[in-house]
Design a protein around this ligand. Structure first.
Ligand code: SF4
Length: 108
């Protein structure tokens, strides 16, 4: 089961230099962005347009088919690889990206 930090622990969205609002910074690096694009294309989603801040407002982006499909995937497990890698079982132990100040408790 994925424990999405973006929903559960206020992991911020990420505005990329190529004008895309991404659900988090983990999805911004080249490999992970390309995987995210392939995942979206596999669902017939137009991620390049859906997340493009030149074409849409923030409200439109977070209600876009791509964004909604990702949120649905948190329930079904149908998500890009990086979401499993960064927010899947056993993937993190800090709720605020700093173990010193984390309020994470095992079993959360
Ligand atoms: S990797 Fe996926 S599940 Fe984790 S914070 Fe980013 S968008 Fe959310």
């Amino acid at each position: 089961m994925i424990k999405p930090r973006c929903l559960l622990h206020n992991m911020p969205m990420f505005l990329s230099a190529d004008n895309h609002l991404k659900p988090c910074c983990f999805l911004n690096t080249t490999t992970e962005w390309n995987e995210f694009k392939k995942w979206a294309e596999g669902h017939n989603l137009n991620i390049e347009d859906d997340l493009n801040v030149n074409n849409h407002t923030m409200a439109e982006i977070i209600n876009s088919p791509t964004w909604i499909k990702l949120l649905d995937g948190f329930k079904t497990g149908d998500v890009p690889r990086v979401c499993n890698a960064e927010c899947g079982p056993g993937s993190y132990s800090s709720t605020n990206q700093s173990s010193k100040h984390s309020d994470y408790k095992s079993g959360n």
